[in-house]
Design a protein around this ligand. Structure first.
Ligand SMILES: Nc1ncnc2c1ncn2[C@@H]1O[C@H](COP(=O)(O)OP(=O)(O)OP(=O)(O)O)[C@@H](O)[C@H]1O
Length: 229
């Protein structure tokens, strides 16, 4: 599903964010991306969303190279990917329904379909009762559920989550992880960058650890003690 071959990313001339990264993630996997601040996690995620291009190397997603996509091809490629952020990034002046609807409208879904699909997705993330609330009327966990609803509403093949529990307390984090886990079990590949040792420990999923821009551990299901988070 995702394959990086010899990927190097330099910002400008001096800043080496990733160096000769090789990794392969199968369809349906749940993978944690860990590593100290500056290790290169966000850079790797940005390469996958095509916010950045590698300086060297090849990136394949679903069997196709994304390195040479033209600017015109990027929006269609991005429909494969749902993104979840640490600080939710909701539209504050729109309701929960409208926040999720917006993502569907952006892919050209008809108003009739939007009316049908949004309530189904809100039900799935446990927010059916908050349809008409505004983000500032929701708890952090509820806001992240909206973020997840928005990420899955176009049925992406991959979810990229950048510190999705970073602003949540441990109990709420656990609920959000359960939701992501359910989504993963229905077939969506998930790549999640995190510093949250507790989450990584109890989820027992594959862990890819970056250090100074290189993959230095790739651990199957658990074993976080070695991950150097
Ligand atoms: N736009 C940029 N311009 C120049 N250097 C950058 C840029 N973005 C990141 N870097 C550098 O690349 C390296 C990797 O940064 P990156 O943000 O990928 O790390 P990270 O593991 O995501 O860190 P954090 O956990 O703090 O988010 C760092 O040395 C950083 O300073």
């Amino acid at each position: 599903m995702i394959k990086l071959v010899n990927v190097t990313k330099k910002y400008g001339n001096n800043s080496l964010a990733l160096e000769n990264v090789e990794l392969s993630i199968d369809k349906g996997e749940f993978v944690f991306l860990v590593g100290k601040s500056g290790a290169g996690k966000s850079t790797l995620l940005k390469l996958l969303t095509r916010q950045e291009k590698p300086t060297e190397g090849q990136i394949m997603v679903g069997g196709k190279s994304i390195v040479r996509l033209s600017n015109k091809e990027v929006p269609l490629y991005r429909r494969k990917i749902g993104v979840v952020f640490q600080d939710f990034l909701l539209l504050e002046d729109r309701t929960v329904f409208e926040n999720v609807a917006f993502a569907l409208e952006a892919t050209g879904t008809s108003p009739k379909e939007v009316k049908k699909i949004v309530p189904q997705v809100l039900q799935k993330v446990g927010l059916a009762k908050k349809t008409n609330s505004f983000p500032n009327q929701l708890s952090g966990g509820e806001q992240q559920r909206v973020g997840i609803a928005r990420a899955i509403v176009n049925r992406p093949e991959i979810i990229i989550a950048d510190e999705p529990t970073g602003n949540l307390d441990p109990k709420t984090s656990k609920e959000i992880m359960r939701l992501l886990s359910d989504i993963n079990e229905r077939g969506t590949t998930i790549l999640m960058a995190t510093h949250d040792i507790e989450v990584v420990a109890y989820m027992r999923k594959r862990i890819i650890a970056l250090k100074n821009g290189q993959v230095f551990r790739d651990i199957d299901k658990g074993g976080y003690e070695d991950a150097d988070l």
